[in-house]
Design a protein around this ligand. Structure first.
Ligand code: MG
Length: 265
């Protein structure tokens, strides 16, 4: 996954990847001219973008309580503005010819009678219906809730174009559960995947997130993950996600990740 406004398309291609997901930061202005620029750049580079991924202004991944307070559709104070922004990002994706939209919707409460659960479910339906008008899918990023909660939520949302962007490292980073078991449960709903690695949170620090790691060096078991994807019949791209603080280190890690994944093929 690469970010508009941060990553350079030529550099991304030089890493040996054949396609990717485009991340859109919350503060990026999405004008028609901007979309036209991206459309022609992608066409010239002959680089397919499989998903446009939205981040939102004010999101903060410092630790689990902060994620609960700031990420996705769950925070009440920003819910309406993020809904409008989501429609803009979906339409930007359509304008550049991308058939899938994804984001973190945040921590969905397990209690299905909770007002936030109900309001966010309705919002996911409206977002899905907006994407459906563009013939797009809407993929919810995994990790912040256990597989069975997400599975139940998807069933309750009840929209044919809603699925999952499965990120195995998030299941580890949030301490949610074994990612390979979760993939077995959620497999039929998986639209796209992130290939990312990480270590479990420190048990002595309540609320702490685990640590993201270069691919193959964390607790996910990437070879197991790739084998499981094959086993369940997933044939989509393996989108490498790496968010190291240092951009040079990040690019170097992605380059190594490409080689590592090729070695598993
Ligand atoms: Mg991810």
């Amino acid at each position: 996954m690469f970010w508009a406004g941060r990553d350079n398309l030529a550099e991304v291609q030089s890493l040996g990847v054949q396609c990717g997901q485009l991340g859109v930061p919350g503060d990026l202005e999405l004008t028609d001219e901007f979309a036209a620029g991206w459309k022609s750049a992608l066409e010239q580079a002959q680089f397919p973008v499989v998903t446009v991924f939205a981040a939102y202004n004010g999101e903060n991944y410092a630790d689990i309580p902060t994620v609960q307070r700031t990420v996705g559709f769950i925070p009440r104070d920003t819910r309406r503005e993020r809904e409008q922004r989501t429609y803009q990002v979906i339409d930007f994706a359509a304008a550049i010819g991308v058939g899938s939209f994804a984001c973190h919707i945040g921590f969905v409460p397990e209690d299905t009678t909770h007002p936030d659960y109900i309001d966010v479910r309705e919002m996911v339906r409206r977002v899905a219906d907006h994407a459906a008008k563009n013939k797009q899918t809407f993929a919810l990023e995994t990790g912040q809730e256990p597989a069975h909660v997400l599975q139940h939520f998807l069933k309750d949302v009840d929209r044919a174009n809603v699925g999952i962007n499965f990120d195995p490292a998030n299941m580890v980073l949030y301490g949610t559960g074994d990612p390979i078991e979760a993939l077995t449960v959620l497999g039929p709903q998986v639209v796209s995947v992130h290939v990312k690695d990480g270590d479990w949170p420190n048990r002595n620090q309540p609320g702490a997130l685990g640590t993201e790691r270069p691919l193959g060096q964390g607790a996910v078991g990437i070879s197991r993950f790739v084998a499981k994807l094959k086993e369940i019949g997933f044939r989509g791209p393996l989108n490498i996600e790496r968010e190291a603080e240092n951009q040079q280190e990040r690019i170097a890690d992605i380059r190594k990740a490409v080689a590592y994944l090729k070695s598993l093929a």
